[in-house]
Design a protein around this ligand. Structure first.
Ligand code: AKG
Length: 330
């Protein structure tokens, strides 16, 4: 299979069609002539990338994007299904918050998305053939809202015993500088886990408002610009963040956390996963059936049980009662 990258050509005398695809950070692009823009790819627009380069790029940078997974119209159908669910649950806040944390357990359209062969193939390039999805929670920034995500590393608070995880962040709307796309620091995954502090800040979309406690220079970030239907992959130790949505549309992404079945919760809990490829030789997790229909009571019951586990794990050691993800409304 080949992937298309939507690169933009930088017009300098040195630019040639044979140049490799190079991602520039804000700092690097600031030093180049003829451009005030960040995140520029040098090279051929719409260049095809062989899947075999995913592992190499990921190893070096800690991320890969953009991957063309679905067409915009197909992504729009999934978004419409989600938004219909949000409307149906508008006066049931507990169930609505479960839908945002467990869309793949409550909507067949999302269960199908996490099993998409292109996503599976890309994740398998990094983790191998046996794959589970630990979570697929939504990151939604409403139109013209100040919500943000501070610099953080994903694996800090999930209570998993290893780093055999990759996130596929699937765009259900345009994710760009104006709408608050993610920003990645290339190579930062090599630092392993660094200390974080919790802020539980009101506008922060992270469970604890956590933030990396060492200095991160914003200028080192690459803007992860995605169209609806595209995805990025990122490492669980990668420094990443995102800014507010200044557009008139919602910015919606599903963060699909693929793991190897050999991972386990350090607490010994068997949290709920979807088994999406290969074999499970370990039995470390509770495997969910695919949802038979939309918003089923039995699926909400499964999610409620898992929220108890993931809520406990995610907020372990926190000395604040803030945070909404995996928590019932209080
Ligand atoms: O959607 C965002 O802006 C942040 C998502 C994120 O931090 C993640 O997927 O790990």
């Amino acid at each position: 299979m080949t992937w298309k990258t939507a690169g933009r050509r930088l017009r300098t005398p040195e630019t040639s069609d044979n140049l490799p695809n190079i991602l520039l950070t804000r700092r690097e692009s600031a030093n180049l002539p003829c451009t005030g823009r960040s995140n520029i790819r040098l090279g051929i627009s719409s260049m095809s990338v062989d899947t075999s380069t995913i592992a190499e790029t990921y190893e070096r940078d800690g991320f890969v994007f953009p991957l063309d997974i679905l067409g915009e119209a197909e992504a729009q159908e999934i978004r419409a299904d989600l938004e219909a669910g949000e409307s149906e649950l508008a006066d049931r806040p507990d169930e609505l918050s479960m839908l945002l944390s467990y869309p793949d357990r409550l909507l067949p359209s999302f269960d199908k998305l996490i099993r998409n062969p292109k996503l599976i193939e890309a994740a398998s390039e990094i983790l191998g053939p046996d794959l589970m999805v630990w979570s697929s929670g939504l990151f939604i920034k409403e139109a013209n809202t100040p919500h943000f995500v501070t610099w953080h590393q994903d694996l800090t608070y999930w209570g998993l015993d290893d780093a055999e995880e990759v996130t596929a962040w699937f765009a259900l709307s345009h994710s760009n500088l104006e709408s608050g796309c993610m920003r990645f620091v290339p190579g930062s995954q090599k630092k392993q886990l660094v200390p974080h502090v919790d802020s539980f800040a009101e506008g922060n979309l992270l469970s604890r408002g956590q933030e990396i406690a060492v200095e991160v220079d914003d200028a080192d970030g690459v803007d992860v610009i995605l169209k609806p239907g595209q995805a990025s992959l990122h490492h669980g130790h990668l420094f990443h963040a995102s800014g507010p949505n200044k557009t008139n549309d919602r910015r919606i992404g599903a963060a699909i956390r693929y793991i190897k079945p050999s991972m386990k919760q350090r607490s010994g809990d068997k949290s709920l996963v979807a088994h999406v490829a290969g074999e499970d030789r370990f039995g470390n997790f509770t495997i969910a059936d695919t949802p038979k229909d939309r918003l089923q009571a039995s699926d909400f019951a499964l999610c409620r049980t898992d929220m108890e586990i993931k809520g406990r794990v995610l907020y372990e050691g926190a000395d604040d009662e803030g945070g909404k993800r995996y928590r019932q409304e209080r």
